[in-house]
Design a binder for this molecule. Structure first.
Ligand code: ZN
Length: 269
């Protein structure tokens, strides 16, 4: 269920920009999934630096909440483009969650613009002294960035350590609002292209439990998906499901992102 955000930490950069907040992410409640059974072969795609959970331990996943409450109107696509986009979604969207995103949101596609194909989207992953912060979390986010870069999107995420010139800034919090473990505040311009994203990840789940490194991978995958323009998936296994413990992107996550970046941003209304 969509959770509206009426505030934004971001000040409009220039007069032409319309401020919008996609928001509120995260973790409504922790999702518990059993760890791999004792003796099971470790996943070849296990995140580097993320310790396997002990046999029998539960991996709790930080879930995610709702996305997208635009407080500004995105310009509609012209009629011919709109028709072409809808036909493309009809043709190629069956095994993606793009239709679900449009149905649950404001019928608008938001993403980084095509002008970013030649210029990396810089992700500033800051270190912080909030309680529960661990240096490994930075590597967890790096692993998530690597996974998104492996999708083959026309844009590239570049991890940097400071905010100068950063397009996406990722900071940490001890805890977020009730039932959240992460959030993505997104600003886009009137044409629907992203201008800036601020991701906040919590070091503690809503119930006060310390977020583990695997959980941080799941959180980062999820929030970075929002930072690329994805909405929520209705399929539990996907990284963009509102309650996720996915340590890898699914084929559906990848297909959805690729389709999003094959379509122009803008309102389909
Ligand atoms: Zn989310």
């Amino acid at each position: 269920m969509a959770q509206r955000e009426s505030r934004s930490p971001i000040v409009p950069i220039v007069a032409l920009l319309l401020l919008a907040v996609v928001a509120g992410d995260l973790a409504r409640r922790a999702v518990l999934r059993p760890a791999a059974p004792p003796g099971a072969a470790p996943s070849p795609r296990a995140a580097p630096g993320v310790p396997d959970s002990a046999p029998g331990r539960m991996i709790a996943a930080a879930g995610a909440g709702s996305l997208a409450a635009a407080v500004a109107v995105t310009a509609p696509l012209d009629a011919a483009t709109r028709t072409a986009v809808l036909q493309r979604i009809e043709r190629d969207g069956a095994d993606t969650y793009l239709p679900a995103m449009l149905a649950s949101g404001d019928s608008t596609l938001h993403r980084w613009g095509d002008d970013r194909r030649s210029r990396p989207v810089r992700v500033a992953v800051l270190r912080d002294a909030v309680p529960g912060f661990h240096d490994m979390f930075v590597a967890n986010v790096g692993w998530a960035i690597t996974q998104w870069n492996a999708v083959g999107l026309p844009i590239y995420l570049e991890q940097v350590a400071d905010t100068a010139g950063a397009d996406i800034v990722l900071t940490w919090a001890d805890r977020l609002d009730s039932n959240r473990a992460g959030r993505a505040d997104v600003t886009w311009e009137r044409g629907g292209s992203f201008v800036h994203v601020h991701i906040t990840l919590a070091t503690h789940a809503p119930d006060g439990r310390q977020v583990s490194p695997p959980e941080m991978v799941a959180l980062a995958l999820h929030e970075l998906g929002h930072a690329l323009g994805l909405g929520h998936s209705p399929v539990a296994a996907d990284a963009l499901h509102p309650e996720t413990s996915a340590l890898d992107l699914t084929a559906r996550d990848r297909r959805t992102a690729l389709l999003l970046y094959a379509l122009p941003p803008g309102s389909l209304r």
